[in-house]
Design a binder for this molecule. Structure first.
Ligand code: HAM
Length: 418
């Protein structure tokens, strides 16, 4: 019978890869706790309208990438393409801001977008998503950027760049968008079909275009930095001043508008040199109008999401995995009972223990111990058994020492845990 395969754009995290994911997730949780973020788990599917209203109908995500389906009662539901809209829905639904006026939450889990799969781009991928609500001062923008960088660097990322922009707000952006639309009108002949359509529907999206032939024309378009209102200009200047204070280097890009419509003022991305075309590891920004647009109070917000697959792809390959602390090698059948009892004692003592169950040769047992990354192997032959001892081998030093069976658990515990 023909074997089935995973859906295009999805992939299994295999046992050999899972520990890298677990390390990353555990490190992220510990770091986020130091910055006061608590976990919020929202459903994987939401009403379609939430994303249409939250992310924007004219974005690529909403117009062509969502997994939308009709429920049996006719309701339109969508697998979450990102976390922010669902988090904001939950914040409003449970009035979370009333108990915590400076609410900080994070979400970790899969997102779904029907994009063309390539390196660093999947149809099911995983994000660590953080959001802070109710803080209007620019210092929260800088704190989040600093936290994102610290998180990536603590995972071992290097060769990355912070890119920064301000996209203005409801007061200054509409006038800039009109200016942009007017500037784009006579350029239709020189731009790709997508840009021509976006010039009419959502001109800011033109700045996102990656088509090489369009770049020169787009670079010469009016820049948002020249059209910020005084309040947005001041906010951005303060963000930059505080980044300088903390010694955080960045590159300004007037084209960093991001692929979602809810952003206001500060937007940022961290890109990695280790990736190809899909090189954005982390992206986010402020969204001061989103809570209100989704039916909540006037509450500002800022957040970012980092793509876990992209981060893992950007990191240097990890050293071989250690699957156990101690491997038991019993050289004859009669030693089996001793091994089974010792195995249980060692596990009770908190050690990870594996043994050969198949009665293989000594040589192949030692190979197996090596393959499992065991730093210690306890060997029991007829001679050792007669004297009530085990030969404990330090696998990296290739030295061996005899230890009485009764002392083994304590001895190995000290060796492994120090
Ligand atoms: P985003 O830029 O759409 O922002 O996604 C954030 C990150 O998720 C990207 O930088 C990338 O690492 C990862 N990512 C996105 N799409 C894919 C994909 N198809 N395959 C693999 N990784 C992907 C957001 O989602 C916003 N909700 C971030 C945010 C939170 N803004 C404010 N709060």
């Amino acid at each position: 019978m023909k074997a089935l395969r995973a859906v295009k754009g999805t992939r299994d995290v295999l046992p050999g890869e899972a520990s890298a994911w677990q390390r990353l997730e555990a490190g992220a949780r510990a770091l986020l706790a130091r910055y006061g973020y608590r976990e919020l788990r929202t459903p994987l599917f939401e009403p379609t309208e939430l994303f249409a209203r939250g992310i924007g109908n004219e974005t690529d995500i909403v117009s062509k990438e969502m997994y939308t389906f009709e429920d049996r009662d006719g309701a339109s539901l969508t697998l979450r393409p990102e976390a922010t809209a669902g988090v904001v829905r939950a914040v409003i639904e449970h009035s979370l801001w009333t108990a915590d006026p400076a609410l900080r939450v994070f979400t970790l889990g899969p997102m779904f977008r029907r994009e063309r799969p390539q390196k660093g781009r999947q149809r099911q991928f995983h994000q660590l998503n953080v959001e802070a609500f109710g803080i209007t001062r620019p210092s929260i923008d800088v704190e989040q950027i600093e936290m994102g960088l610290t998180l990536l660097e603590s995972c071992g990322l290097s060769g990355h760049t912070l890119i920064l922009n301000s996209v203005g707000d409801g007061r200054c952006r509409p006038a800039y968008v009109d200016t942009l639309r007017a500037a784009l009108e006579p350029l239709a002949e020189q731009l790709c079909a997508d840009c021509v359509r976006r010039s009419r529907t959502n001109p800011l999206r033109v700045l996102d275009c990656k088509v090489p032939a369009d770049q020169e024309v787009i670079e010469a378009l009016p820049k948002i930095a020249d059209h910020l209102c005084p309040a947005c200009g001041d906010h951005f200047a303060e963000v930059r001043r505080e980044l300088k204070l903390l010694g955080i280097p960045y590159r300004l890009s007037h084209r960093l508008v991001r692929g979602l419509d809810y952003y206001t003022r500060t937007t940022f991305e961290i890109v990695s040199d280790a990736l190809g075309a899909q090189n954005t590891v982390l992206g986010g920004g402020r969204y001061d109008g989103l809570v209100k647009a989704l039916g909540g109070p006037e509450l500002g917000g800022i957040g970012f999401a980092l793509g876990l697959e992209r981060l893992l792809l950007s990191l240097p390959a990890a050293a071989g995995e250690r699957r156990c602390d101690v491997f038991l090698a019993v050289l004859d059948e009669d030693g089996l009972d001793d091994a089974l009892l010792l195995q249980r004692r060692l596990r009770e003592a908190g050690l990870a223990v594996l043994m050969d169950h198949e009665g293989r040769s000594f040589k192949s047992k030692m190979k197996q111990a090596d393959k499992l990354g065991a730093p210690w192997t306890a060997i029991l032959g007829a001679d050792e058994r007669a004297r009530g001892v085990w030969a404990v081998r330090d696998m990296s030093a290739s030295t061996q020492q005899e230890v009485p069976g009764d002392d083994l658990a304590q001895y190995l515990k000290e060796k492994v845990h120090g």
